[in-house]
Design a protein around this ligand. Structure first.
Ligand code: FES
Ligand SMILES: [Fe+2]
Length: 336
């Protein structure tokens, strides 16, 4: 029986140098963060929407108070997908045998008249609706809030859209772009005015980081951004291009491990002239151009930290933040 593996015979100079890997999402649970589930506009009153989430399935609908809810999708009776059911007097009614569930996920009636089994429950996620998106937190209770723009939401013109594209990576992979200084310069052609950002000067919390970027786009237009990541899946940017403020949040959802849905939230302040929509168009084009730069890499990368250099200091700090970020999967037994 061979006792020496092939690897032992490879000279060390010919081995790939690797840092500790980052466990893929789904290993040890999923990152505990707010995930975008769908656009608010996708869930008018009276409609049930089904979405893949965390390697399982959820339903989204509005309760009698109009508030959006996110519950596990598979009926505890025999597993029918409740997204093909309907809303009946404020309850979700399963299409298969007409069992009904209230917004707390409790079975309140069976179609046949049998007593609802007390253990026939759906999982209810913590939910909020903000920036035109229905968000669900992966956990029993949220451990942090969504990022705020520096102005009240109701004073902003906000445009939200969902990209019609699934990237074959976990969200943290794309979010690792934000502290990846080498790629900002090489791939996006952005120059830094004051040298490379130093992660020791970033603002780090246990669920976010932010840093200031002053520089120029490839077009020469000056930019000044406060940017960073919240959770491991929410890109945040607030700043100016050519001196005019805009806000941008790009959150990523996880339908299943190694896959990512993407949303864009664009914010502007109304001006005297009625050019806000045109300005949002230009910001959207700017951000879509950045994603277009990243697209071929994201569709093909086998991301894992390898041989890094001094310029990767911020990136390496972020990768450790991802390794340390809490993961859980409390809905696992319900959504599958
Ligand atoms: S599977 Fe839903 S009521 Fe039977
Ligand atoms: Fe990028």
């Amino acid at each position: 029986m061979p006792t020496t593996s092939f690897e032992h015979k490879v000279p060390s100079a010919r081995r790939r140098v690797l840092a500790p890997p980052i466990p893929p999402e789904g290993e040890g649970g999923f990152t505990q963060t707010w995930y975008p589930i769908c656009l608010s506009a996708d869930v008018p009153e009276g409609k049930i929407v089904g979405r893949d989430f965390l390697d399982g399935r959820v339903i989204v609908f509005r309760g009698p108070d109009g508030a959006a809810r996110v519950l596990s999708a598979y009926c505890p009776h025999l597993g029918a997908d409740l997204s093909v059911g309907d809303l009946d007097d404020g309850t979700v009614r399963c299409a298969f045998h007409h069992w009904r569930f209230d917004v707390a996920g409790t079975c309140v009636g069976t179609g046949c008249g049998d007593t609802p089994p007390p253990r026939a429950k759906l999982f209810t996620f913590p939910v909020q609706e903000r920036y035109g998106i229905v968000w669900a937190f992966n956990g029993e209770a949220p451990i942090f809030e969504l990022p705020d723009f520096p102005f009240p939401d109701d004073g902003l013109a906000i445009r939200t859209l969902e990209l019609d594209e699934i990237f074959p990576v976990d969200p943290w992979t794309f979010c690792a772009n934000t502290p990846d200084v080498q790629h900002i310069k090489a791939l996006h052609g952005i120059s830094f005015e004051n040298g490379d950002p130093d992660p020791d000067e970033f603002t780090w919390t246990d669920h976010s980081f932010r840093y200031a970027l002053e520089g120029r786009l490839p077009s020469g237009d000056p930019i000044a951004y406060d940017l960073g990541i919240t959770g491991t899946n929410i890109f945040y940017q607030s700043g100016s291009v050519n001196g005019r403020w805009f806000g941008f949040i790009m959150p990523f959802g996880i339908p299943y491990p190694g896959a990512m849905t993407s949303f864009m939230i664009l914010a502007a302040r109304g001006g005297d002239g009625d050019d806000t929509e045109a300005f949002l168009d230009s910001v959207q084009a700017l951000e879509e151009a950045i994603v277009a730069d990243d697209r071929p890499v994201l569709h093909t990368i086998h991301f894992r930290p390898g041989t890094t250099t001094a310029s990767d200091k911020a990136l390496n700090r972020f990768l450790q933040y991802v390794r340390d970020f809490p993961r859980a999967h409390p809905s696992a037994e319900f959504i599958n």
